[in-house]
Design a protein around this ligand. Structure first.
Ligand code: SF4
Length: 239
């Protein structure tokens, strides 16, 4: 496989570390595979995150795990949605909404069926989830994968923009597509230094609002530690 220069990720990591902007779970191991119980955990916790802040969810983490039988499929399939909704209401998990719908029985089947696809952690798997999971849009799918401990990269606007600028400079005809991000990420991961989740965290935190905000839509190349190597930055600064 083609070798990719990842030194710019080292530079971003150093920069974010010096600013104390890396999350505690940056060094956590995310794998290309996870057991079904972890997937069910991801489905439940990501869905709950739609109703309240993570800090409220984590305060009741143990009780939620018990309520959902430690995410055992057989146990869950013996109960209906109401059982879990009532349990959550009793637990008073944040601002819990009565109409929250997990579609757990259906979604567990979907996840189980797609387990062999997600080895690729790529577009095919995401399209499968998007088409088949009930009540999950793309942002929630990424939350679910994160809390299932699945290694993944989200090809959002920040990630595509910084990769396009850094690798293609000012050439508008060459831009990173969703699939381009997945393919590039897989090549970087295969080199063993960064997993997909770490790449995602580095690029997103370097660019996004309320984080480092360096390579935003209007880039701050004058503050950027990549400016000497980034063609876009050199042209932008000399305009
Ligand atoms: S030099 Fe400018 S365009 Fe290049 S990565 Fe840094 S902020 Fe973005």
């Amino acid at each position: 496989m083609e070798k990719i220069d990842t030194s710019f990720l080292d530079t971003i990591q150093e920069f974010l570390t010096s600013k104390k902007m890396l999350p505690d779970d940056f060094y956590k191991t995310f794998s290309a595979s996870a057991p079904l119980t972890d997937h069910i955990r991801g489905l439940v916790f990501s869905k709950l995150s739609q109703t309240t802040r993570w800090e409220f969810i984590f305060k009741k983490e143990k009780q939620i795990e018990e309520l959902f039988f430690h995410f055992d499929k057989e146990e869950i399939n013996q109960r209906d949605e109401k059982y879990f909704l009532n349990g959550l209401i009793n637990l008073k998990v944040g601002r819990f909404r009565k109409n929250l719908c997990f579609n757990l029985h259906h979604n567990i089947k979907v996840v189980e069926k797609g387990l062999d696809l997600y080895e690729t952690a790529g577009e095919e798997y995401l399209h499968y989830l998007l088409k088949n999971l009930e009540g999950f849009g793309l942002p929630l799918i990424f939350e679910y994968l994160h809390y299932a401990g699945v290694d993944r990269i989200k090809p959002d606007v920040h990630v595509k923009r910084i990769l396009s600028r850094y690798f293609y400079g000012n050439d508008d005809s060459k831009q990173f597509s969703d699939n381009g991000v997945f393919e590039w990420g897989k090549k970087v991961r295969s080199q063993g230094k960064y997993n997909l989740t770490q790449i995602d965290i580095l690029l997103w935190r370097f660019c996004s609002k309320d984080n480092a905000e360096i390579c935003e839509k209007k880039p701050k190349c004058f503050l950027c530690p990549l400016s000497k190597k980034c063609e876009f930055g050199r042209i932008y600064e000399n305009k």
